[in-house]
Ligand binder design. Structure first.
Ligand code: HEM
Length: 409
């Protein structure tokens, strides 16, 4: 076999590259490489879904606004269709994540406007909160970085941005943990009950906050949104509530994993850690390289809206197209030395936040948080080490994150 042939057989199903599969969970990259090189447009008939793995095909597809997202528009029996809510055939009650225009833009634009302005305004506060959380972590010995730092930071910060009252924080954290279970298709009946109860309690709490902020506006995102609505914003209370929940579902686990994956990568690449410590201005590049190298969200999807060619293959209306963002990010056609984790080289932009109409709205926040965590953490703990341990990767399909990360300080 010549050197440029993939060392392993290309997978034939999406399951084989998802975190349900033990090998893919441990390290999805060899299989993704094999697919990218030998079968960049895979058809998985069992789940009636296409899978793309090349950067150019994926970039073109995420950016193409003629594809749709609403699960009920996907073929019966396909992967995307499993997410459809039969009680909401037009997606009117779903979050922007699964809406199409005109509802998508109508709901997304005011939210993006208020969210970006808020993050910009709150950046110093966000950084100060991160510093406080890191300063409160154990001063010496061994601890789980996920438990003390990577899990609490994103939840506390989004709570602060939204305007959650300090006294309600413990409940809010609990409900947030509950609704994040919506990402897990393998949840138990007990977890589903916890998820549903959390969703109801969060809705009730958001309703309470919206009423309170209408009467007495404060310096927070919920005040911004009820004000935008009063100023003629074309979205109702149900739409606002479901999108506030989307900020929690979309933003917590992903940012947690960006923090965890990054700390693991730096501790396993000491020369990169030294480069970062020597030049903190590499902080932003460090975040981009972690996002590229171990993308917390490994895949996104679109649905074909009319019979057409995609990535050179004929596809039919209503067929879902999954895209491996992780595979695109290591495509040698786009990135030099893609298998090297290197924060010092200038790279093309990764696709870890997707693109086009649905590009992640939380990207600026995730970037601020991860950058501050990496810099502050290695400043507070200059001798942080990774003790011997078995790293257990999350078994959530299409997410990549570490369950527990013991560090020694
Ligand atoms: C490292 C952290 C994050 C990653 C890797 C990530 C990744 C993604 C990806 C891949 C998408 C789909 C984009 C597409 O299909 O084109 C997305 C959408 C979304 N993300 Fe994030 N995200 C992160 C953090 C956040 C945060 C912090 C928030 C909010 C506070 C957030 C909220 C959302 C929302 C609401 C959407 C749906 C946007 C739409 O469909 O219009 N995300 N994210």
């Amino acid at each position: 076999m010549s050197d440029d042939k993939p060392a392993i057989e290309a997978p034939t199903s999406l399951l084989q590259i998802s975190a349900f599969d033990a090998d893919a969970r441990e390290n999805p990259h060899p299989r993704l490489k094999a697919l990218r090189e030998t079968c960049p447009v895979l058809r998985d008939e069992a789940v009636k879904t296409w899978l793309l793995t090349r950067y150019d095909d994926i970039r073109a597809t995420v950016n193409d606004r003629t594809f749709v997202r609403q699960p009920s528009k996907a073929e019966e029996g396909s992967l995307s269709r499993m997410l459809a809510n039969p009680d909401d055939p037009n997606g009117r009650r779903s979050s922007i994540l699964f809406q199409d225009d005109p509802d998508h833009s109508r709901n997304r634009l005011p939210l993006v406007k208020a969210f970006y302005a808020r993050i910009k305004k709150m950046e110093p506060e966000i950084e100060a909160m991160i510093d406080r959380i890191i300063d409160a972590a154990p001063a010496s010995g061994r601890f789980d970085l996920m438990e003390h730092i990577a899990v609490p930071i994103p939840i506390l910060i989004i709570a602060h941005i939204l305007g959650v009252d300090e006294s309600r924080l413990p409940e809010f954290r609990d409900w947030s943990e509950g609704i994040i279970l919506s990402l897990n298709p393998m949840r138990t009946a007990e977890e589903t009950a916890y998820m549903e109860a959390s969703g109801e309690k969060l809705d009730a709490y958001f309703t309470e906050l919206m009423t309170a902020r209408r009467n007495d506006p404060r310096d927070d995102l919920i005040s911004d949104m009820v004000q935008a609505q009063a100023d003629g914003g074309d979205f109702d209370d149900d739409e606002l509530r479901v999108n506030l929940q989307a900020l929690l579902v979309g933003g917590n686990l992903t940012t947690t994993d960006l923090i965890g994956n990054g700390v693991w990568l730096f501790l396993t690449h000491p020369e990169q850690l030294e480069a970062l410590k020597a030049d903190p201005s590499l902080g932003a590049a460090a975040v981009e390289e972690v996002l590229r190298y171990e993308a917390p969200v490994q895949a996104t999807s679109r649905i074909v809206s009319e019979d057409r060619e995609v990535a050179g293959c004929p596809m039919k209306k209503s067929q879902p197209v999954f895209m491996s963002l992780a595979a695109a990010n290591r495509d040698p056609g786009k990135f030099e030395t893609p298998e090297d984790f290197d924060i010092t080289v200038k790279r093309s932009s990764h696709v870890s936040f997707g693109g086009g109409a649905h590009i992640c709205i939380g990207a600026p926040l995730a970037r601020i948080e991860a950058r501050r965590v990496y810099l502050k953490l290695f400043e507070r703990y200059p001798d942080m080490k990774l003790p011997d341990q078995d790293i257990e990767w999350r078994s959530l399909p299409f997410f990549r994150g570490i369950e527990r990360l013991e560090v020694e300080v």
